[in-house]
Design a protein. Structure first.
Length: 165
């Protein structure tokens, strides 16, 4: 039996028939909607490579059943920024060399955007590291990632990161 759901994905309404109710949001995005910017690392909630926003909150897409998200608004890395108009978090990642191979980067950026929206990290690098601890980076770009988030957060708050660091 197939299940029909409606999602808003990066601003577009998508009506989707699911033959398999066990399909994860990650597989739906990558295999049905061709949104391959969201990465599959561990597929078991341990690496954060699959982080997307669901109704504004960051989640691991590999742990969410698509069928349970009927009506939800999904934002993936493809829905963030545009060519020539990067999101402040994307711009800060570039400015601070916050990636090497780039595999973890979509998840890091989505998690950072969610974190900044949560408004809980403040300007404390240690709190940012803790709040981002679910996003692993095999290349070890953590220092740049933390600096980028501090800068993006300050930019979005209209302050100067260097004053509050
Ligand atoms: Fe989802 Fe690793 S692929 S947490
Ligand atoms: Fe390579 Fe993070 S930049 S895994």
């Amino acid at each position: 039996m197939s299940h029909s759901i409606v999602l808003t994905v990066n601003g577009s309404r998508r009506e989707i028939d699911l033959d398999d109710p066990r399909m994860t949001l990650l597989d739906l995005l990558r295999e049905r909607l061709d949104l391959t910017g969201t990465k599959k690392g561990c597929d078991r909630g341990q690496c954060g490579a699959c982080t997307v926003l669901v109704d504004g909150r960051r989640i691991n897409a590999c742990l969410a059943l698509a069928v349970s998200l009927d009506g939800a608004e999904i934002t993936t890395i493809e829905g963030v920024g545009r060519e020539g108009a990067l999101d402040p978090v994307q711009a800060a990642f570039i400015a601070h060399d916050a990636f090497q191979c780039g595999f973890c980067t979509p998840g890091q950026i989505m998690s950072a955007i969610g974190l900044i929206r949560e408004g809980q990290a403040g300007a404390d690098p240690e709190r940012i590291r803790e709040a981002m601890s679910g996003n692993l980076c095999r290349c070890g770009a953590y220092a740049g990632i933390t600096e980028a988030i501090l800068e993006a957060q300050a930019a979005l708050a209209g302050t100067d990161a260097r004053r509050s660091a």
